[in-house]
Design a protein around this ligand. Structure first.
Ligand code: PLP
Length: 280
C-alpha cells in the first residue's frame, strides 16, 4: 500500500500486579504482549522491515492495582529494555506505561495518582521520550452509580433475598470477579439492619450484586445505589435475558442530563437479519 506504519510493541514484563487473576495481564503466563526476554529480538526484526517505523514501547500489567511497587518494577524493566534498544540505534519516541491504578470499592487504600507519579517520575527523568498513560478505572470508577429498585423481598430457607431490577447483565463485576460494591439506600432510613443477598431478576444463581450483605431493611419500591459502578459497569453490560439496558444520566452541579437513552425492546432486535428461507 506504499505506507509506513508507526508501531509500538506491547511488552509483557513478567510482573505480578497482585490483583484479581482475571484482570492481571503482565505475567509470563498471560496472553498479553511479547515476553520481555524476547523483546530485543522482535524489535530487531521490526527494524529491518521496510514499511514499519518503530516509535514506541507499551506495557499494561493489570487493573485495580493498589500498590506502587508493581508499577515501579515493571517500569524499571521496560527502562532497561529502552537502554538496550538505544545501544542498537533504536530510539523510541513513546513510552506507554498503561493504566491499572486501583480505586476504593470497600477497604482498599490505593495510592493517589500523584503518589504514583511521585514514584515514577524520578525513574523517567532524563528520558527523551513522550510518556503515555492509560488510566481508566481510576478516572471513572467512583464517578458512577447504578440505581436500582427493589422488586421483591423473599425470605428463603437459608437467607433473605432482596430482589432488585438490576442484574448481572447491568453490572457484571460481582458475578465475574466476586467484586464488592457498596450498596446504600438512596433515602436514608433508620430501619433495622438485615443480612441479605441482593440479587437481580436474571435466570442464574450467579446473578447477584452482593451476598450476605448487611443493609438497612428495604421495602418494595425502594431505590438502592450501587456505588463505584462507573468503570467496567455499562461497558461490560449486555442484553442477556432480553434485558434492555438502562439510561445513563450525567449529574453536574445539581442538574441532570440524559447522556444515553434507555434501551427499548425494539433495540434488542435492531440489526437482526432474517434470512429469506425463514421469512415466509
Ligand atoms: C491496554 C490497557 N490499557 C489500559 C487499561 C485500563 O485499565 P484501568 O481501567 O485499570 O486503568 C486496560 C484495561 O484493561 C488495558 O487493557
Amino acid at each position: 500500500m506504499n505506507v509506513t506504519a508507526p508501531i509500538a510493541l506491547r511488552i509483557n514484563p513478567d510482573i505480578d500486579p497482585e490483583t484479581h487473576p482475571y484482570i492481571s495481564t503482565g505475567l509470563r503466563k498471560h496472553k498479553f504482549g511479547i515476553p520481555i526476554e524476547n523483546a530485543l529480538e522482535y524489535y530487531r526484526v521490526a527494524k529491518g522491515l521496510e514499511n514499519i517505523e518503530l516509535i514506541g514501547v507499551h506495557k499494561h500489567i493489570g487493573s485495580q492495582i493498589t500498590k506502587i511497587t508493581p508499577f515501579v518494577d515493571a517500569l524499571q524493566r521496560i527502562l532497561v529494555l529502552i537502554e538496550s534498544l538505544k545501544a542498537e540505534g533504536i530510539n523510541l519516541r513513546y513510552l506507554d506505561i498503561g493504566g491499572g491504578l486501583g480505586i476504593q470499592y470497600k477497604d482498599e487504600s490505593p495510592p493517589h495518582p500523584k503518589e504514583l507519579a511521585r514514584k515514577l517520575l524520578p525513574l523517567l527523568r532524563g528520558q527523551d521520550i513522550t510518556i503515555i498513560v492509560e488510566p481508566g478505572r481510576s478516572i471513572a470508577g467512583n464517578a458512577g452509580i447504578l440505581l436500582t429498585k427493589v422488586l421483591y423481598l423473599k425470605k428463603g430457607e437459608d437467607r433473605e433475598f432482596v430482589i432488585v431490577d438490576a442484574g448481572m447483565n447491568d453490572l457484571m463485576r460481582p458475578t465475574l470477579y466476586d467484586a464488592y460494591h457498596h450498596i446504600l439506600p438512596v433515602r436514608k432510613n433508620r430501619r433495622r439492619m438485615i443480612v441479605a443477598d441482593i440479587v437481580g431478576p436474571v435466570c442464574e444463581s450467579g446473578d447477584f450484586l452482593a451476598r450476605e450483605r448487611e443493609i438497612n431493611s428495604v421495602q418494595h419500591g425502594d431505590c438502592l445505589a450501587v456505588m463505584s459502578a462507573g468503570a467496567y459497569g455499562f461497558s461490560m453490560s449486555s442484553n442477556y435475558n432480553s434485558r434492555p439496558r438502562p439510561a445513563e444520566v450525567l449529574v453536574r452541579d445539581g442538574e441532570h442530563y440524559i447522556i444515553r437513552k434507555r434501551e427499548t425492546y425494539r433495540d434488542l432486535v435492531r440489526g437482526e437479519i432474517i434470512p429469506d428461507f425463514l421469512d415466509k
